[in-house]
Design a protein around this ligand. Sequence first.
Ligand code: ASP
Length: 426
Amino acid sequence: MTLKKYILKNLWLQVVISLSIGLFIGVLLGGDAGVGLDDESLDFVTSYLSIPASIFLSLIYMIIVPLIFTSIVIAITSLGSTDKLKTLGLGVGVYFVISTVIAITVAVLLVSAVSPGSLLDISVLTESFDLTKEEVKVKEGFALDDIPNAVGNIIPKNPVSSYLEGQMLSILIFAMIVGLSMAALPRESVKPLLDVLESIQKITIHILLFSMKIVPFAVFGLIVGMVSKVGISSMVGMGAYMGTVVLGLGIMVLVYMLIIKFVAKRSITSTFSKMRNPQTLAFSTGSSMATMPITLKTADDDLKIDPRVSKFVIPFGTTVNMDGTALYQVIAVFFLAQLFSIELSFISILVIIITTLLASIGTPAIPGAGVIVLSTILVTVGIPPIGIILLISVDRILDMTRTMVNVTGDLTASCVFDKITQEKTG
Ligand code: ASP
């Protein structure tokens, strides 16, 4: 394959290239290198360069609700598809929720301790994207007395108005209720709707993949704007953010080791060495879906998991259990909140936790999906969507790492349920 073809085939490489060119041009246009444009011309240039970012964000907001809604309903419906697995299904579902909550807790503690967002100045983004005071306003926190009211409001009385008003958490809860009901009904009764939802999901993923082609241009525009106006130092905080995500993912791997040792009662070293193939593939493809055949093979052939367990846990886990993604999304939201000086009250944090839990279930297992689905959580907390472009510029390496953690989480779960079924039958 020629270099040109290789670049055209790999979006992440295009993003890395546009990031590097953007840094260079930004330095060139800005005051630092001495070829500086005056402020007025710089504003003019960067406002034009921000067009791809605006187009990309509009496309994402156009599809995000149907995409995440259909993904959640389809994933939960599959839980009820095999009758004899109904009991195992419930246990696995509960386990996935617990492991995701652990991942989210690690993320909240870590990002609050490190606070990577405070290393980057908010003016970086407001200046380069001319965000008004309104867009970057500090969201009013909820008080404890608001809880009873909030709980009632989360369950949508009118899902259509929740959709129109962009109340993401209510939409996610609606999706969960529909999914659970569809799982409980016989297949024939839900098949027509399931077919429609699957078709909507495919169409929205297609639009998503198509819109991703704009990302290199969006990243270029954002980086030129930031670096030319604020200087190369504007990128320093990004390093701290990336470090925090990687550290959090490392802690999650330690959690899996403990689960393997104390719950699945297997040797940590030999189990982890057998997971190497799917882990490497997940890291290189950035997609747990693309890795699934190898994950399944490793579970059956190397980890010697009961095939009845692996054939259920691995496909189900690939679609709903994304601990790495959930951990990443929480760190990203806190990072952006810190960046925009948006103070998160206790209740807002609780809302982020629940939204992330559901959003990670609704994240398609394809490269880069986690950062797109992040938009749902941002809407809930009132963070300007432009933050997503900033995160996408450095997402590839984080995507690879969190996908590896997602796959490791699914394999760990299958070891746990292999042990549980052995104990039950043995
Ligand atoms: N790439 C991830 C996966 O396939 C999803 C994500 O972007 O977080 O597991």
